[in-house]
Design a protein around this ligand. Sequence first.
Ligand code: TXA
Ligand code: MG
Length: 337
Amino acid sequence: MKTKLFKINPRKIEIDKIRKAAQIIKKGGLVAFPTETVYGLGADAFNKQAITKIFRVKKRPFNDPLIVHIADKKDVFKVADKIDKTVCKIIEQFWPGPLTVILKKAKDIPKIATANLETIAIRMPAHSVALSLIKEAKTPLVAPSANLFGKLSPTTAEDVLEDLRGKIDLVLDAGKTVVGIESTILDLTRRPFSVLRFGGVSLEELKRVIPEFRLYKEKEILAPGMFIRHYSPRAKLIVVEEGKGQIGKVKKMVYKFLRERKKVGIMAKAEHRSQYRNFKVKFLGRGNDFSSCASNLFALLREFDREKFEIIIAEGVKEKGLGRAIMERLRKAQGDG
Ligand code: TXA
Ligand code: MG
């Protein structure tokens, strides 16, 4: 199959291109599209065959459930059950935006989408292209990140093609995504509510709206897919935690790998630029600018891979705000998340 690519200006959407994309979805095809977090691989949420194709092309295990994307808050009632006032308040506050909520699933959604769970993950993305595609297709879309399973989520159309060229019908290219990491996942099916994945909405933002929630414990397996190594670059990644002596520790490790004749690079905070003059280094952003760091994270890791680095020594960031989501991904990339 030849994968088509349509460039779209998100501020001036050409509806013809969206209509063609929606046609493909209606016929059971797969379309990769931008959201504010990362690119998603979309299919009609009510079409079992199309959903099966998503798992096949991504090489994703069937026990890893998908997120359903909607373009209108009201559509949450089409895909989920038991939506009370508190749930409505949360949705009202955070949608459209990078928050995925887990609710009780509505009957009509095929079980393959939710890996046979009675619950369903739902979000309304804050991206004009995503929203107009969903509207034009007149159906909610299941959409995992548009990468091969276990690889880094794509933040550009090129990233999508790198993993899925020839395997999907179309990529809608609206440039680099803004947030750069996936949505925060919040389980609203049990109280207290729990956060299953850190992401584009920070805990601090959640706390302002939700009085009580907790972080999930590793042992409670809600969705098997949650605990498989994720976000991995090909290179081996080692995180050096934020704090005193961070730069020294990074350099020591780099020297060790250089002695072993490995191609080793550093992913550092911008304020450490002068410290790493003689090293191969890429800069994530200023350590106190979590939004820039998040937005560059996957893009930089993919760059290291393209340049065939064997080892990446990554400087950790502070664990507050989006810093938590960044650290969660770095630890998973390291293999101990
Ligand atoms: O930002 C995002 O969330 C992106 C964009 C495309 O929207 N999507 C995304 O999807 O990251 P994906 O499939 O790569 O990650 C979704 C994760 C699954 O791996 C699974 O762990 C969790 O959501 N999930 C989905 N349904 C669930 C459920 N019913 N219960 C618990 N976890 C669920
Ligand atoms: Mg993913």
